[in-house]
Design a protein around this ligand. Structure first.
Ligand code: PEP
Ligand code: MG
Length: 566
């Protein structure tokens, strides 16, 4: 069976089906509305007290930030509008249960209809609050998960943060649910507590039996009920290996990213949504090196307004609290289509009207995005990055527009970072060849190896027939990378890499040798990359790079690097 793996690791244990208590009741009319209001107020107070206790518990097991999830429930239940409306309903003669449930259901409906995950998550929070308060009103003892025996796989329809708050991590081998996904609060908590978890496993409450042995793979989302001997053995071994690796990596949490001879690097993350900034921090990233803004556009049916974009960029900046945030301007075309923009069908979209080319020709759209980014820059450490640069004119034109918009905002009295940095992605062969010229025009470079490999090798990144050519370890691509880094160093500007290659253990010694200053990787790779960097001195990396740069085929490069990587 397959669900969504939301918290990594292998869980092996016995299923405990946690059935929800029925919260059914017969709605009554009340005549003593004052007494009913008092009964409701008591229940809310009791709920807040319970929740505060759970938050305290979470603070110890997970941390301050995670405890805030529970404290958020208190703010929810104390929302003046909600309380005011419940008060009116009770005043009209409805019982407290029905009044509160009506209002909660209204919020749940509104939040569930939203198309962003964060607002959807609010619906789950309201459901959690509703269950908590109704259970108190109905005198039902909520399911207690604090006493489950060791090696339990908790199986529940919907896992709420309050359930997680009660869990004793050492007794829970895994979590299995019928609803929920990666971004739900419970999933975040499961990750922080390092409990393997699979969510949205279809009908699991019906399929699984109490006490049945089960294996879950929190990375892949696999669920095996009643595994056979061989499966059990294979997964036990896998679990041991993963746990060992994790223990090793955890030593690097909260530490700076530094090589064996003391050079400090910046290790940041690639994100696609503002909320991913929180994920970047959760995985110990030091900021964001690439915010791919096209996802904000893809989720919509028309171009998001300046206000909408501003609020999204500001959200990411606020989450990062002064840590770097590099926002890449719209990179559509190629493999990324946005239907409502009505891009013409092209014979060769990767070489066509895309990214910076499209934006410079569609000034209104570009202005909206740049104004939104500039306005958000008042709230954090934001930089602007242009994609797919091939010539100096593109950088100059883009920067001129940024200057024009700065003047416009200043005349409107709107705050922005006057020293905002404007950098470029070096991801085309042209940009690699004229990197020296581009370095004079840019505040920083970020090497996009995903495209750079494709454009250098003339090999489409999605075409399996030419995939044997598509490797960032090709001698040609390595030379391209080296010359881009050298050009940046000569001009004294920072140079990062945000393509997938930045997290490749084979690539890392070469990047250290060439002089890369920033690695931007997917959040789950952060600790692994930090560990890898910590194993190299510049001297040893130089020896390796010198040898590699003499090798003539990609296979030789891979074989050699394979023999020397740590
Ligand atoms: C790249 O090309 O390496 C890159 C990081 O950008 P994207 O993958 O979004 O094209
Ligand atoms: Mg790219």
């Amino acid at each position: 069976m397959k669900g969504i793996g939301v918290s990594g690791g292998i869980g092996i244990g016995k299923i405990l089906l946690v059935e929800e208590h029925s919260l059914e009741y017969t709605p009554k009319q009340v005549s003593d509305t004052a007494a009913e209001k008092a009964r409701f107020a008591d229940a809310v107070e009791q709920f807040c007290a319970n929740t505060r206790e759970q938050a305290e518990a979470l603070k110890k097991t997970a941390g301050e930030k995670e405890a805030e999830i529970m404290l958020g429930h208190i703010s929810l239940v104390q929302d003046p509008f909600l309380l005011g409306e419940v008060d009116k309903l009770i005043g009209g003669g409805q019982c407290a249960e029905a009044s509160f449930e009506t209002m909660c259901d209204m919020f749940i409906q509104i939040f569930s209809a939203a198309d962003d995950d964060v607002t959807k998550q609010r619906a789950a929070d309201v459901r959690d609050v509703k269950t908590g308060v109704l259970s108190i009103l109905l005198g039902i003892k909520e399911v207690k998960l604090s006493d489950v025996p060791e090696g339990t796989i908790i199986c529940v329809k919907e896992l709420t943060p309050s359930m997680i708050a009660e869990i004793k991590k050492e007794n829970v081998a895994g979590i299995l649910t019928e609803t929920g996904s990666t971004t739900s609060h419970s999933a975040i908590l499961a990750r922080v507590l390092e409990i393997p978890a699979v969510m949205s496993a279809p009908d699991i409450m019906k399929t699984a039996q109490n006490g049945e042995q089960a294996v879950i793979d929190g990375n892949k989302g696999d669920v095996i009920l009643s595994p056979d001997e061989a499966q059990l053995k294979a997964y036990t071994e896998k679990r041991e290996k993963l746990m060992q690796e994790r223990r090793e990596l955890e030593k690097f949490r909260g530490k700076p990213t530094v090589s064996a001879d003391g050079t400090v690097y910046e290790l940041v993350c690639n994100i696609g949504k503002p909320e991913d900034a929180a994920k970047a921090l959760e995985f110990d990233g030091e900021g964001v090196g690439l915010f791919r803004t096209e996802f904000l556009f893809m989720d919509k049916t028309s171009v998001p307004s300046e206000e909408e974009q501003f609020s999204e960029y500001k959200k990411a900046a606020m989450i990062l609290k002064g840590k770097p945030l590099i926002i890449r301007t719209l990179d559509i075309g190629g493999d990324k289509d946005i239907p409502y923009l009505g891009l013409a069908k092209e014979d060769n979209p990767f070489m066509g009207f895309r990214a910076i080319r499209y934006c410079l020709k569609n000034r209104d759209l570009f202005r909206i995005q740049l104004r939104a980014i500039l306005r958000a820059s008042a709230f954090g450490n934001i930089s602007i990055m242009f994609p797919l640069i091939t010539c100096v004119e593109e950088v100059r034109e883009g920067k001129a527009l940024v200057e024009e918009l700065k003047a416009e905002l200043a005349s409107e009295g709107i705050e922005f970072d006057r020293d905002i940095k404007v950098g470029i992605m070096t991801e085309t062969a042209a940009s690699g060849i004229i990197a020296d010229m581009l370095a004079k025009e840019s505040d920083f470079f970020s090497i996009g190896t995903n495209d750079l490999t494709g454009y250098t090798m003339a090999a489409d990144r999605g075409n399996s027939d030419v995939s044997y050519l598509y490797s960032a370890l090709q001698p040609s691509v390595l030379r391209m990378i080296r010359s881009i880094i050298l050009a940046a160093r000569q001009e004294g500007i920072p140079v990062g890499m945000c393509g997938e290659a930045a997290a490749d253990p084979m690539m890392i010694p070469l990047l250290i040798s060439f002089g890369l200053t920033e690695f931007s990787v997917s959040a789950p790779s952060v600790l692994r990359v930090r560990k890898c960097i910590s194993g190299w001195t510049k001297e040893r990396a130089d020896e390796v790079a010198e040898k590699v740069m003499q090798l003539e085929t990609v296979q030789e490069v891979k074989d050699y690097l394979g023999s020397v990587i740590l």
